[in-house]
Design a binder for this molecule. Sequence first.
Ligand SMILES: Nc1ncnc2c1ncn2[C@@H]1O[C@H](COP(=O)(O)OP(=O)(O)OP(=O)(O)O)[C@@H](O)[C@H]1O
Ligand SMILES: [Mg+2]
Length: 337
Amino acid sequence: MNKIPNPSIAENPGTTGPLLEVRGLTKYFPMGSIFRTRQVHAVENASFTVKHGQVVALVGESGSGKSTTIRLIARLLSVTKGEILYKGSNILKSEPGKASLAYRRKVQMIFQDPFCSLNAVHPIEHHLARPLLIHKMVKNRAELRERIYSLLSDVGLNPPAEVASRYPHQLSGGQRQRVAIARALAVDPELILADEPISMLDVSIRMGILNLIAQLKETRGIAYMYITHDLASARYIGDEILVMYAGNLVEGGGGEAIMNDPSHPYTQLLLSAVPDPQSGLRTRKEVTARGEVSSLIDPPPACPFAPRCPKVMEICRHSMPARTTIKDDHWVACYLY
Ligand SMILES: Nc1ncnc2c1ncn2[C@@H]1O[C@H](COP(=O)(O)OP(=O)(O)OP(=O)(O)O)[C@@H](O)[C@H]1O
Ligand SMILES: [Mg+2]
């Protein structure tokens, strides 16, 4: 498939570095009501980059720290340690005001539940008008209406005038998720943080939303962080895949490399559960995991997958392995390498 020139790069010819760079990002939630001395280690020392116009899929099971990671990036949570660089500037050091308002415009979020993300008492046009007015993106009423209609058509909601006047309860889950995407697009974002955007939708319409995300990446040059439990959709949409386990990133690299040569025993376990796209059957060799998922409360310095790992060694129980490069940008944090 021929790639369409990426507008976000074309507009910023001087931007050679990644769009987003996260270094050593850490989030601990204090626990208990009085002394709060114990902590949930939700995200531990995460480092990765998101390139302009690329999709990074963050995969992991429930409670692994995926939502916390993107909420930290969206500045919905305070950071315990680490740096978040957007186009080279540390956004955690920027003063509240213009710079942070611009960041909040350029980085938008789409949530899992399309039934909760829209306010039932307002019609669809209200949801799209709000960001356009707050960020002063239109000059008059006629322009506002035109922008709303064009956003609705861009996300495949037609006829736009009719959809604009409807209320959220009059739309299906897939249509509501399209409205949520249109709302994010209204302010011309460069990065969309999508937290399991298809997991609550009917299986039959998931593909349409994934294709819309892919199409907007190509036509508008938008970069995404796409969160999922499911390695198959990560592969479908992700230029790069990051695998997270119990707050730690354990493997990362190009989608092809991760699918063809999964190196961490946890990634191998995830992949063994992915059905073959042709037959729908699990044709890959089953990898079995035993033991309990390790606790996130003040965990010891060890590989978090050690208690379940079929290839565990003594050292895995005493220290966290550093990252090893497998090939090019494919890396793994595992003592087997
Ligand atoms: N506000 C909070 N206070 C305390 N603990 C929290 C808070 N938010 C998240 N956690 C804990 O942090 C860990 C990571 O949660 P997170 O929601 O990031 O996981 P997730 O990978 O998104 O899971 P899921 O797939 O179920 O959405 C979990 O143990 C969770 O209970
Ligand atoms: Mg989550």
